[in-house]
Design a protein around this ligand. Sequence first.
Ligand code: LLP
Length: 854
Amino acid sequence: MKFGGTSVATLPRWKKIKELAASRRNQGARLLIVVSALSGITDALWQLSLEKNKSKRMASVGKIDARHRALLADMGVEHTTLLDTHINALCTLAESGPSQRGELVWQAQLLAHGELLSSSLGAAFLTRLGLPTQWLDARDCLSAVTLPDHNERVRLLSAIVDTRFDQTLDKRLCNLGDVLITQGFIACGNNGQTVLLGRGGSDTSASYFGALLKAIRVEIWTDVAGMFTANPRQVPGARLLRKLDYEEAQEIATTGAKVLHPRCLSPLREPRVPLLIQDTRRPELEGTLIGPQVHAHATSVKAISARNGITLVSMESVGMWKQVGFLADVFEYFRRHGLSVDLIGSAETNVTVSLDSNENLLNSNALAALGSDLAKVCRVKVIAPCAAITLVGRGMRSMLHRLSGVLAEFDQLRVHLISQSSNNLNLTFVVDEDVVDGLIPRLHELLITSGALRADDSALFGASWESVYGEDKADVSKAWWHKPAARSRLLALGMEVTPRYVYHLPTVRAQARTLKTLTVVDRLHYAVKANTHPAILHALAEEGFALECVSPGELDRATAVVPDDVPLLFTPNFASREDLKRGLASRATLTLDALYPVAHWSELFRGREIVLRVDLGRGLGHHEKVRTGGNGSKFGLPIEHIDNFLHHADTHDIVVRGLHAHLGSGVLDPNHWGEVYGQLASLAERIGSITFLNIGGGLGVPSHPGEAPLDIEALDKVLREVKMAYPHYHLWMEPGRYLVADAGVLLTRVTQIKGKGAWRYLGVDTGMNSLLRPALYGAWHEIVNLSRLEEEADGLFQIVGPICENGDVLGSDRRLPEPQEGDVMLIAQVGAYGKVMSSSYNLRGDTEEVVLKN
Ligand code: LLP
């Protein structure tokens, strides 16, 4: 068990170590505890080693001594000879300075004292708490090997240890006791001197010991539960990786994750010793297990990472074509300037390679010198700063077909290099550094929605980072249903009948009024597909909204509910001839988005005014399935068919009065509608007969914790700017979700709880039959236990329904209070595309709807 600097710095943390060690001991294991120095001590020793002034060095030793003695006092240990011995040795070293021994030898000895001291404290404390613990000097066990290319600095400060299984060591340790504590980071050099193991050295020590002893397991106890599918700082929804094989873990550690030093995996591979990463503060979290065991699973991308600070060197030469030895010549220059190459792409006349700044400690001198050398044999271009985005997963080449959505994201970007590792474990894209921050969260989401990262495989993927560590999620306290009066009404409704949708009309009206502040929009239509409840149509008509319908059924509902003077739009897609006839027979304005109807059924439209929906060539929205533009989407007339369409219209006396585009749903960037508006306006200029432009709906609401709402003022500003350029067109919009999403909640009751391995399923009395969005889009909806809103949310649950589909999951990895059968659960933000998308699957019956007028 290895514990890092923060894990050994305070008394509470040491108590945790005691608990963990005792629990392993109770399982019958013999233990070797490997510790780092107290946090900050290695740095202090490093500073000390640079200090020329002896009395300042002695003062630093004084501080280090005091820090350890204070912790010792906290621990309730009066005195330990070991600590005294090491402090005295440290004093002597500080006093003498580097003179007699050589600077690096002295530095290594000095720095080793961080671990010598912390392990001395640990031995005393654990023993005092009743876990007899023997102190062991790591230098008696780990012997460094010297490789031919190792200079003195590497030999002394970044040494490598021989890890062939050593039976005598095992025996020796066995004789010492069942619980031993030793130091990370240090080993014995071939002359018997102290050497260090470099960056990440304590993890590496633990691995060396694990390999030498053929341990049951190496456990790395740190500040985070393990490796995640992406850097949680960039992607809060990143999922814990529960199991990895050595090679995958190595790739992830090398290309991004900082939790484990890449160096500490290779010693464990051959003896097949598993390594477990866990969080010292939260030992109940399962962690990441790295081992030889996991090939049986279906292939999946495991992680996406980004490394900044990449420099590309592109070498172009016509002369290299089929020229023997060209690469050898070129790489010789890299070697000469001490630059190690990471990725390589080659063509007949070009070789491009990447240099990793971390490994190379790039300085512009080395690069400039390389450049002038290379210029002798080819044309050189240095491209920087770049970032390498890497997808990691065993069997990458067999997953390519699932990556189309991911690849599409690179559409607008300059991709400088693509490299697929020959071990089939990674696929890397090198792009400009400044695009990475926004890109990684999107790519992570796309990997999940496309099924390339099989987040539903609970054997491989655990909880999301935000569900485990996130600050308390979405700010739900402002929601209408959170107010005490609403809560008690909802509770009463939930106790009566579930499942049940409840809609809050004041919220619908408030959203409508916000949209009415858009000064240049001449007509707002409510896209009734989002929620066709008559009370909602009625309220919105009262607020001055027109309605947009997509089927004869919606038209019937609209005409039945709202007064005759409320304008209607009919915007069907792939509608039959019959549907179109019915639309034309109503008072709705018809929108067409295909050639076929005007080419084959032209007599239907003769003498009529219609709207033409165009495809602007791209889609947008919260999920691939709701993006309604581009060749992958069935909506809209491609721009190149417009002339043909107009020709048919002309021939049959059909007037195209309006232009329409709707690129997708759940958009939060106000600039989007400005772009659509501008594009439609410039098309309209060409057509001539157009009097209005409908720039669609798609206005999003924040649907994930931390997402910022659509800025309506900014939208107004964007639209005003376009209006100035094209003042002669009327402007229409047709939002759905924005008006109704937050107004609706779904009430459902807890039926039972089931544990399965580390997972806990919370069953409720409805599922994807009532609310399809989580299953269809992986949509995230806030879920709360309304019966226990004030209780501590300390359990982690998968909220599932009763439908016979494995995808019948309403929410994954949710922190909730301990539930009881019959509790009323509330699923939020389901006013849009909730009930309207429900089904009678499994004959589960209809979900009722209740409207709250105030
Ligand atoms: N106009 C047209 C032509 C549309 O197709 C849609 C939505 C809208 C307007 C309204 O979009 P909104 O403002 O509501 O985003 N079921 C998906 C959404 C599908 C949207 C379909 N079309 C979901 O639950 O997210």
